[in-house]
Design a protein around this ligand. Sequence first.
Ligand SMILES: Cc1ncc(COP(=O)(O)O)c(C=O)c1O
Length: 457
Amino acid sequence: MSARPNTAVDTTVSTPLAVLGRDVTVPLVTGGEVTYAALDYAASAPALQRVWDDVAAYAPYYGSVHRGAGYLSQLSTDLFENSRRTVAEFLDCREGDQLVFTRSTTDSLNLLAAALPAGCQVFVFETEHHASLLPWRDAEVTYLNAPRTPAEAVTTLERALADRDPYGPALVCVTGASNVTGELWPVRELAAAAHAHGARIVLDAAQLAPHHPLSVRELDVDWVAFSGHKLYAPFGSGVLAGRADWLQDADPYLAGGGASRKVARRADGGVEVEWHSTAARHEAGSPNVIGVYAIASACKALTEAGFDELVAREQRLVGVVRAGLAEVPEVKVLSLFGDDAPRVGVISFVVEGWNSSHFAAALSAEYGIGVRDGLFCAHPLVRTLLGSDPQDPGECGAPESEPGERSLNAIRVSFGAGTPEEHVERFVRAVKELVAQGARWNYRTEDGRCVPDTASA
Ligand SMILES: Cc1ncc(COP(=O)(O)O)c(C=O)c1O
């Protein structure tokens, strides 16, 4: 763990993409108001203005998808299916890949878990977000120890795969960018290792897709999953895209209308169902056309803005934050792969002498900065990085000690294409002030959250 960045900081940060909420002001406990600095993109990013405008322009034309004869139903169905093509293009999917719209990354990975062939072995690093760690309950799962370098990740996987039954199906699940450290994982190399051992691989791109262009074809992953709400499209949709065969062969994720092609009563009194073999097989019920259109709109917006330029801009913000934190000896940045690892705008840290929940509460109440504190639904990873007991399950996001006590949690700051430079500068200044001068207000724990004590300053 170290906070020393090795890159010079470029202070010229160009204009952010327009997002909703950029003019929202929030009250400070110390008096007055300030523009809210949303620095919790890794949880949910604000909606792009473009996404909001596209959704608003479509809303009067909203109609049922795949079922109505009317004009607006036809229009909505076209919009839904065109959105599928737009997102597939954004992900650079292969010919023959299927793209299923889901509710979220969690939903996508649970869908894939439900579609595993019989006897499938699953390999997953203990460092994963719970959405990648937990859905494989019905499979034989091998949990791989946290690697300390990207190369070690590959050798750890290779070793585990070498021991497996080479004739049975196997799946590796790996994250593209950590929701704790922001570090990029060696996805292409892990995919090559998986394939060399006859296994398949699914990429959890919840934190990668919003921060980095990604190509299913180039990374050679079998599936990719991500969420709309982390990609500036918070309307309740997600994506699972990739190989069609396991999805086509599996029982529908949800049984119902839309997934079924033909349903008839049998002579014995039962019901005979012919299920769709396309993505519709796993999209039973009325689809969330607004959520799906919002994702497609976000994909277009990022592409048209120049995703590479957005990445370069975000990297400059990463440099500003890491350089600022490095100037505070009490701050320890959490890292698995070290300072040189490429990373996205997600940085977790602890502050010596501070409970993380207390620190995060002070950032909010005294500076109008929204970050997250806790274990970030990646308990084993955060506990490994903090050096605390990895067996202790803890609560997701709950503070574990009173303000002032040593923290077993961390603080996470995260940002992206909509983040103004002022927000990260204010964050760095706030960290320095809090560490040097302490909080200006008293805090107490209420319902598991650290909150300003309104009775006392
Ligand atoms: C790496 C990673 N995977 C999966 C998820 C789950 O995403 P969702 O809550 O949208 O299902 C998250 C959410 O924070 C995440 O960071």
